[in-house]
Write a protein that binds this ligand. Structure first.
Ligand code: NOJ
Length: 521
């Protein structure tokens, strides 16, 4: 049984280094997050996901963890973290932190020990070491020649991120690949449980789990080994913390939501459902958008089928869980890169009234710009979505009082840039639009997280989708042609973004409209 608060959870993702700096050192901190909780609540969010805040050399922005049980000094202290949990809870906000189970930093003491010529038994196989320094990785990326140990090791992502050893489902190299129930992989699992219990005891409400599918190697499409590990880990930790909430970076509800996760993300992977909706474009070699063909681009001919063909089969495998829509995240370009504000407003109205717990990436609620920025901490093209939050028109847009040259990433110099302060005052702003959508979601349980989604009409070469959420009837038409649909039964209007009418059984959906109706009983 999932934690009951997930029923109406609406998440806000915070990239801590870029949110709010309270000590004037140019980088965001935990006290900064605490100071903005009322703002976050005012949007309509009641839960947070905070990107990694652990001690790290920051080669991959903190996804290279050096100590799972220490807060990076640049963000504050363990006391600050505990205070954040406490203050958030007092305000009715739940907090998920990022858990990175698949790898550590190469500076993690476990890895340093395992790379010694004669490592101690406890850590000798915490990572996946091959049998000698000239051995290849059985198809997986590997590094050799860097450590005194006579072996190469498998990496999970960047070179700085050696893969933790949860074992292999199919063993090709018995000299160094271990089954998932061998003592060393089992010990890795216990170490992971220990980290989870540590943070739950401090007051966390659960975790966003990085690369959740990456634990067991040679695991095939079905991921049976990884699922077995997660079933054990989640059920064991839930014995102590039954309300722990977990969201996986997996984009595979059939696996994730059947092995202990409560939520899985619908991710921005090119060609999948999310990208069809709001990020379906091509770029030239200089990074300029050449063809923009997202469904929510009013001028595109992208019909709903690309979205639905990928989304529905995954959604249908969600079991008791939540398949969650995102406005964006720290790994993809903000939708402001390729969609105009009006198209984004409609896109967000759709995403934020879909099933699953919605996740809003900080700054998306004001339509912050994606800005090409030199890479920082392993961000590369992602860096442009990680720039400081834009609060007001004061120095550094209210993000930090530090000297401008010392801030984490440059703020948007564009005179027309979005800020919270300016948008508060404008009833038609993106911010107030997002607030309106989330208020509707809250007021109508049929738009809620667990309420089913059912398509009544969607066809090739037609922009219209007519669908149900519970008993509610919705239609979205992001295109420029008016659409009609014959409706049975009596409905009354809940709200239209854009304009629509229902007369004599015909629903008319004008261009650039999302309309919501409820049955007349
Ligand atoms: C996914 C995270 O979202 C991304 O930012 C990170 O670089 C990789 N996993 C590696 O941990």
């Amino acid at each position: 049984m999932a934690a009951s608060w997930l029923k109406d959870a609406v998440f806000y993702e915070i990239y801590p280094q870029s949110y709010c700096d309270t000590n004037g050192d140019g980088i965001g901190d935990i006290q900064g997050i605490i100071s903005k909780l009322d703002y976050i609540k005012s949007i309509g969010c009641n839960a947070l996901w905070i990107n990694p805040w652990y001690d790290s050399p920051f080669v991959d922005a903190g996804y290279d963890v050096r100590d799972f049980k220490a807060i990076a000094p640049r963000y504050g202290t363990m006391e600050d973290a505990v205070e954040l949990f406490k203050v958030a809870h007092e305000k009715g906000i739940h907090v998920l932190i990022d858990l990175v189970p698949g790898h550590t930093s190469e500076e993690h003491p476990w890895f340093v020990e395992s790379g010694k010529e004669h490592p101690c038994d406890e850590y000798a196989h915490r990572y996946i070491w091959t049998e000698n320094a000239f051995c290849r990785g059985d198809g997986m990326p590997f590094i050799g020649g860097e450590q005194p140990r006579d072996g190469t090791y498998i990496i999970n992502f960047f070179k700085c991120q050696p893969a933790l050893n949860y074992g292999y489902r199919e063993i090709h190299e018995p000299n160094w690949q271990m089954p998932i129930d061998a003592p060393a992989p089992l010990a890795t699992r216990e170490a992971l449980k220990d980290v989870m219990r540590f943070w739950m005891a401090k007051g966390a409400d659960g975790f966003r789990v990085d690369m959740a599918d990456s634990l067991v190697k040679n695991d095939g499409e079905e991921k049976l080994g990884t699922m077995e590990v997660w079933k054990d880990v989640t059920s064991d930790v839930r014995k102590d913390y039954p309300d722990m909430a977990l969201v996986s970076e997996w984009n595979n509800p059939g696996c994730a939501l059947n092995c202990g996760f409560d939520m899985d993300f619908c991710l921005d992977w090119y060609g999948n459902s999310y990208s069809h909706l709001v990020r379906y474009y091509q770029m030239d070699k200089d990074g300029n958008v050449t063809t923009e063909n997202s469904y929510f681009n009013h001028a595109s001919d992208n019909d709903p089928m690309g979205f639905l063909k990928d989304f529905l089969p995954k959604y249908e495998k969600r079991g008791e869980g939540l398949y969650c829509m995102i406005t964006g995240n720290h790994d993809c370009k903000r939708t402001s890169f390729n969609l105009c504000e009006e198209d984004r407003k409609l896109g967000f109205a759709f995403l934020l009234t879909m099933p699953g717990a919605p996740f809003i990436y900080y700054g998306d609620e004001i339509g912050m710009a994606y800005r090409w920025t030199p890479t920082k901490e392993g961000g590369y093209h992602r860096t442009g979505s990680r720039t400081p939050m834009q609060w007001d028109n004061s120095a550094n847009l209210g993000f930090s009082t530090a000297d401008t040259k010392d801030i984490y990433l440059p703020v948007d110099p564009n005179p027309g840039k979005a800020t919270v302060a300016a948008q508060e005052a404008d009833p038609d702003s993106m911010l107030n639009h997002v607030r309106k959508v989330l208020a509707l979601r809250k007021a109508h349980p049929d738009l809620g997280n667990y309420t089913p989604f059912e398509v009544l009409y969607a066809k090739e070469n037609d922009k219209l989708i007519v669908y149900k959420r519970g008993e509610y009837l919705l239609a979205v038409n992001p295109g420029m042609e008016t659409k009609t649909f014959e409706v049975e039964g009596k409905y009354e209007l809940v709200h239209s973004f854009g304009s629509a009418s229902l007369e004599a059984g015909v629903l008319t959906v004008n261009p650039r409209t999302l309309t919501i109706w409820k049955p007349v009983k």
